[in-house]
Design a binder for this molecule. Structure first.
Ligand SMILES: C[S@@+](CC[C@H](N)C(=O)[O-])C[C@H]1O[C@@H](n2cnc3c(N)ncnc32)[C@H](O)[C@@H]1O
Length: 237
């Protein structure tokens, strides 16, 4: 099985998980803090790129009645997002679209807020993602990018890139070890439960072995080497 097939199985595992947590190292408290920094306001228009099962949009539609569009390449995630939105009574406010971010071009200057949490690689990485996101944002709109980075120099480059693209940094939230633990625990538990549910699937052993290796690597390396940060910017004009 290739790496991309592994990823497909992992996505299937996540889609089958009962856990509606955001698929990134961000606690509930930090998700709320991000909304505070963004000053999410009633009925604003929000675009979430790589929305997964739509956790962020569902929360904001419930809290602020935002009108949101979520884009993701994975049809199972989009189906879950629609299901969650309906179950939470916000299906009428949210639109979920199946598309590849590599070619998806959002309408220009249409959104009050554009977010991308853990999916900037699909847009060519952080630096190209913020350019595309800023373009989709209306004047004085805001953008939120949650991403892993390597070291302080890398983070400094990201902050500088914001300013170079006409964006002021208005918030920064780091993921903690505890949040990485929670994020990976959700995956390990989902994989374990998937293994119990599908004892005869040919990918089962490989997936579970991959998870076990991941757990050892994770602790051997002193837990997360990559650091996670959510950067929140506002357009200068
Ligand atoms: C780490 S998950 C984050 C999901 C969601 N933003 C969250 O925080 O819960 C990354 C998401 O990016 C999506 N993705 C990956 N490659 C993509 C692509 N080329 N186009 C659109 N979505 C993509 C995956 O399907 C997955 O839902």
């Amino acid at each position: 099985m290739s790496d991309s097939q592994d990823t497909q199985v992992l996505y299937e595992v996540l889609a089958g998980s009962q856990d509606p947590m955001i698929w990134n190292p961000m606690s509930e408290e930090k998700l709320r803090r991000a909304a505070d920094y963004l000053r999410v306001d009633d009925a604003e228009r929000v675009l979430d790129l790589g929305c997964g099962r739509g956790r962020l949009l569902c929360d904001w539609a419930e809290r602020f009645r935002v009108q949101g569009t979520g884009v993701d390449i994975n049809q199972d995630f989009i189906a879950l997002a629609r299901q969650d939105a309906d179950a939470r009574g916000v299906g009428g406010l949210l639109d979920f679209v199946i598309a590849d971010l590599a070619s998806y071009v959002p309408p220009v200057a249409q959104y009050d807020i554009v977010t991308c949490v853990g999916a900037s690689d699909a847009m060519g990485g952080f630096f190209s993602a913020i350019v595309q996101m800023a373009k989709a944002t209306r004047p004085h709109g805001r953008i939120l990018v949650g991403d892993a980075y390597q070291n302080d120099q890398d983070l400094a480059k990201r902050v500088r890139a914001g300013a170079e693209n006409g964006l002021d940094l208005i918030g920064m939230i780091h993921g903690s070890d505890d949040e990485w633990d929670a994020y990976y625990s959700a995956q390990w538990r989902a994989a374990y439960e998937w293994g119990l549910r599908y004892p005869d699937r040919p990918e089962r052993e490989r997936l579970l072995e991959r998870m076990r290796q991941h757990q050892v690597r994770y602790v051997e390396q002193g837990r997360p080497r990559a650091r996670w940060v959510t950067l929140i910017f506002a357009r200068q004009d």
